[in-house]
Design a protein around this ligand. Structure first.
Ligand code: IPE
Ligand code: IPE
Ligand code: MG
Length: 239
């Protein structure tokens, strides 16, 4: 018999997609969609915490999103300030532990300051791990990990034959479990360079709702569906 704990989603990753289309459908600029989307981060983080998720990794900005207009990129870079300006006290109170993955050094200084401050203020918390992927790309992450590993080999700190678990220590998600469930909103069925290593055995759900329309009820449904799935990890059922 499987224990129900084993069926639970510990690490949930979400590709928060569809902000622009959501705004367009309402005759608003794309930025209005991003603002609604950033408010929904708070709603869904609280819901995920209450539903027992331990790690929530949210895709906020990809290494490819720099291709967008200057206006949109500038707006997206200001959003962490807006989000944490409104909600950091509440996140601290709720015991959230904030972290980031991505090449944070390449973000505008002001954005880095806001993010580092949020990490600092929540560093001793042991509740929901709210992990923001910003200027993140899965391929870049693996290349950077390989570079660090190569340096350690050259410096004689580690040998040439390492396990997957040892390699994971070089990834930006070091210390986190691999992803159990990946949800993408807005009906697109692709990965867009997200957590390529960590989703090796993740379950996937693609929902039609755009990110601003993704409610705690939809999340609850997704987690229920996840718990009903039979994850075999390459093995055989009931063995
Ligand atoms: C997701 O919404 C947010 C980011 C990628 C930053 P989009 O901005 O991609 O919205 P659509 O997909 O164009 O509707
Ligand atoms: C993925 O969404 C990135 C984020 C949600 C931050 P995109 O909207 O950038 O992905 P594509 O371009 O449709 O694949
Ligand atoms: Mg999109």
């Amino acid at each position: 018999m499987e224990k129900t704990e084993e069926k639970k989603c510990r690490h949930l990753a979400i590709i928060m997609d569809g902000n622009g289309r959501w705004a367009k459908a309402q005759g608003k600029p794309r930025t209005a969609g991003h603002l609604a989307g950033s408010d929904n981060v708070r709603t869904i983080a609280i819901a995920a915490d209450e539903l027992g998720v331990k790690y929530l990794t949210l895709y906020a900005f990809s290494t490819e999103n720099w291709k967008r207009s200057e206006n949109e990129v500038n707006y997206l870079m200001k959003l962490p300030g807006v989000l944490f300006g409104k909600y950091i006290d509440e996140f601290v109170e709720r015991g959230f532990h904030l972290s980031m993955i991505g090449e944070v050094d390449a973000l505008p200084k002001e954005t880095q300051k806001v993010l580092n401050n949020a990490v600092e203020r929540t560093k001793n918390n042991t509740g929901l791990n709210l992990n923001i992927a910003i200027n993140y790309g899965g391929q870049r992450e693996i290349v950077l990990a390989a570079e660090k590993y190569a340096k350690d080999v050259l410096d004689g700190r580690i040998g040439l034959d390492i396990t997957n678990e040892q390699f994971e220590q070089y990834l930006m998600t070091k210390g986190m479990p691999n992803v159990d469930l990946l949800i993408r909103t807005s009906g697109e069925m692709r990965i867009s360079n997200y957590l390529l290593w960590q989703i090796a055995y993740a379950e996937m759900e693609f929902v039609p709702e755009s990110w601003p329309e993704f409610t705690p009820e939809v999340l609850d449904r997704c987690l229920a569906e996840f718990e009903g799935r039979d994850r075999r990890f390459g093995g055989v059922k009931n063995e």
